[in-house]
Design a protein around this ligand. Structure first.
Ligand code: ADP
Ligand code: MG
Length: 688
């Protein structure tokens, strides 16, 4: 059997089960083998019933001595109760509405039960368990075999239970599946990695915890190693496939532009700029990420780099993730650069077909020097005359694939500068941006007033908004951010639209208010943003569309409704919209704070303004799944590795990838595997 064969060839999988498994994304034998256990139960450590402790997760094994069935509850639930004895005492176990168990539950059968014990009331036995985390009723033969030990626990569904998965994986592992090694021999040997077949068998049915750990390490290593290989090859491919552009040393134009800046660069800005300038003056194409918190001044760095490419007779492109942001960059670049005769164009999906075609012509004929736009820049029709530098702003909104598409727009490989405000922890940078060199901007420009942040309950809203009103009277502007656009029946949360109405017909009836959200027509959205930018709108109610980049220095106050709905990093990005001028700024997070965790989480916002620290907290509290999810990084999902906990393995895997790609035989070995497993993400490596 091949790993790519359908699961239907495995014993025990009929059409019904197949459909169920498919729903979980398990289509091939390989999908099944990599359906890794969520956790394990150590049934080798059984608790005697007489030793059970209330409130703790424990596993017992015993014989069913008595069974009872009754109807109960308002809707007439079926309640099955079994009394279980292990010789030391009795445990009462209850199942609700699980009629199908009636056949299996027989007096005299052995059962393993894992769950949280509580004190029983009524009935016999001191302890009871109802919401079991798992149980396994053994057949007579199974009991005879008395198999126990460490048992895998799978992400199960209503119709596919633990017992089914355990049996199915035993079948799959016993079937004669071809399982070719995917790591080069040298790597396995050097890093003492378990063989693949053994690792897959062990991860499902470990004989002890030492073996389990070794198997996990091997599989996580494999995953991270292959992704690192993909990223490194992507970088090499782009650097080698064509010659890069060798930019000359800074000339007069750049010096004049630098001198015209209204401020001096901060130390970190200067550091990033030096890195970029050196990269640009090399033969190899630049592949650099500038990571800097919101407001740290990344735009000016991008501008200088673009001027440098223009000075060298090339064109530059800058891609922003939203219309508004692209527009804003366009305006500020025009203001700064047109006095020096630099020609700037704007390209977005919002332009009419005719306007767009005119811009395509300008680009092709080199009648423009810098093009700023949205992803309209990566359309087929866009051809540059001589593209020297590509900047993508707020890269986490673009996948690797989109980024690469723009890089392929010229004859020579252009230099690439990626800017992000998503402060991801150091080791994670390697996973997400393993194909880029990194410059960090840690400090903010001088003279920033710190933003003061407060968490408040909804019953304080009248007070909060009265305060906002007084700030508007003093000439400031304010943002009100809401998680939802329209009324949502389910969550019962008031929407942006409702809050907008509440405010503009209520306390802010004497103030010009505006509403902006992602579902408005781009032109309408633009008009509202423009009015806010010009100060014609004082209070702007919005969804997270304002998250990225918008710069209105006069806005000094922000209220976030239902703040618990947002991640910390996202709140931090939102908060970055204020505190951009010389006024004291305030961010008020409105939240019920129903749970301890929700309160703790938001309180961190009051205490720290460090985006990196917040990102780490976010990761710790929400887990990498959600954190990564919101980043749309375009990399494969990690099935087993954990970017936070496995940073040691990640560092080893990256080292291994760098070393082994230098060996011809390893490279030849890895390429087809990447193509097979990650063709979607890394197709640019193999494409010519
Ligand atoms: P971000 O890194 O979030 O993109 P911006 O580039 O939009 O930040 O910069 C935020 C603000 O800081 C802008 O108004 C910009 O003019 C200003 N700024 C940037 N660098 C400096 C500096 N070195 N000194 C003072 N102000 C600066
Ligand atoms: Mg920016």
């Amino acid at each position: 059997m091949k790993v790519t064969d359908s699961i239907q060839y495995i014993k025990g999988v009929g059409p019904k089960k197949k459909a169920e498994l498919n729903r979980l994304g398990i289509v091939t034998v390989y999908d099944l083998l990599t359906y890794f256990p969520r956790t394990y139960e150590d049934q080798s450590v059984l608790t005697r019933i007489s030793d059970l402790r209330a409130g703790e997760q424990q596993t017992i094994s015993g014989i069913i001595t008595k069974l009872q069935e009754r109807q109960g509850g308002r809707r007439g639930m079926t309640i099955l109760t079994a009394l279980i004895s292990d010789g030391s005492g009795f445990l009462q176990v209850t199942w609700f509405n699980q009629n199908y168990l009636k056949k299996q539950l027989q007096v005299g059968r052995r059962i393993f039960v894992t769950g949280r014990a509580s004190y029983a009331f009524g009935g016999r036995g001191q302890f009871a368990m109802s919401q079991l985390s798992s149980f396994q009723i053994l057949t007579e033969e199974e009991d005879a075999a008395a198999q126990c030990g460490i048992q895998p626990v799978y992400p199960a569904t209503e119709r596919l239970n633990q017992k089914f998965f355990r049996k199915l994986l035993k079948e799959a592992l016993a079937a004669d599946v071809e399982l070719p090694e995917v790591l080069p021999v040298a790597v396995c040997r050097q890093y003492h990695l378990m063989a693949r077949r053994e690792a897959l068998a062990t991860i499902h049915f470990p004989k002890d915890f030492t073996a389990l750990k070794a198997a996990r390490r091997r599989l996580a290593f494999e995953e991270l190693y292959l992704i690192q290989c993909g990223l490194i090859l992507l970088k090499q491919k782009l650097q080698q496939s064509a010659k890069g552009i060798r930019h000359g040393a800074d000339g007069v134009l750049l010096q004049r532009v630098e001198k015209s800046l209204p401020f001096a660069l901060t130390h970190d800005q200067d550091g990033a700029w030096q890195d970029i300038r050196q990269d640009m003056e090399r033969d190899l194409p630049m592949r650099r990420l500038v990571q800097g918190d919101v407001g740290s001044g990344k735009t000016v760095i991008a501008m200088l780099a673009l001027v440098k490419t223009v000075e060298n007779g090339c064109q530059g492109a800058m891609m922003a993730p939203t219309e508004i942001l692209a527009e804003q960059h366009y305006e500020s670049f025009c203001r700064q650069l047109q006095p020096f005769g630099i020609r700037i164009s704007f390209l977005s999906g919002r332009l009419t077909k005719k306007q767009r075609e005119a811009v395509y012509q300008e680009i092709l004929r080199h009648e423009t020097d810098i093009v700023i736009g949205t992803h309209a820049l990566i359309q087929e029709e866009v051809h540059f005359h001589r593209l020297g530098l590509v900047v993508t702003d707020e890269q986490h909104r673009f996948g690797v694939a989109q980024r690469t598409a723009l890089e392929k727009k010229g004859d020579c490989v252009p230099d690439v500068l990626v800017m992000t405000a998503t402060p991801i922890p150091r080791t994670m940078t390697l996973t997400v941006y393993g194909d880029l060199d990194v410059s960090l901007i840690r400090e903010l420009p001088p003279g920033r007033k710190p933003i003061r942040t407060f968490v408040r309950r909804p019953d304080r809203r009248p007070l909060i908004y009265r305060y906002v009103h007084s700030q508007l009277e003093e000439g400031r502007q304010a943002y009100v951010v809401c998680p939802l656009i329209e009324m949502d029946e389910e969550s019962k949360l008031p929407s942006a639209e409702e809050i907008y109405d509440e405010l503009r017909y209520g306390i802010f009836q004497d103030m010009p208010c505006g509403l902006v959200h992602g579902r408005m027509r781009p032109a309408d959205k633009e008009a509202v943003m423009e009015a806010f930018y010009q100060g014609d709108i004082k209070l702007l109610v919005s969804t997270t569309v304002i998250e990225v980049g918008v710069n209105v220095p006069n806005a000094s106050i922000m209220v976030v409704e239902h703040a618990d709905r947002f991640g910390l990093s996202q709140l931090h990005q939102l908060r970055g919209r204020i505190g951009r001028g010389s006024y004291a700024s305030y961010c008020i997070l409105v939240s019920e704070g129903k749970t301890q965790q929700a309160r703790e989480r938001l309180n961190i916002m009051e205490k720290t303004a460090d985006g990196f620290q917040l990102a780490e907290e976010d990761l710790r509290l929400r887990g990498p799944g959600q954190f990564f999810g919101s980043m749309q990084h375009g990399l494969p999902d990690l099935k087993i590795a954990d970017v936070l906990k496995d940073s040691d393995i990640l560092i080893e895997a990256r080292k291994a990838a760098l070393e082994s790609l230098r060996r011809q035989e390893d490279l030849a070995f890895v390429l087809p595997i990447l193509e097979l497993q990650y063709q979607e993400q890394f197709r640019h490596i193999t494409e010519s």
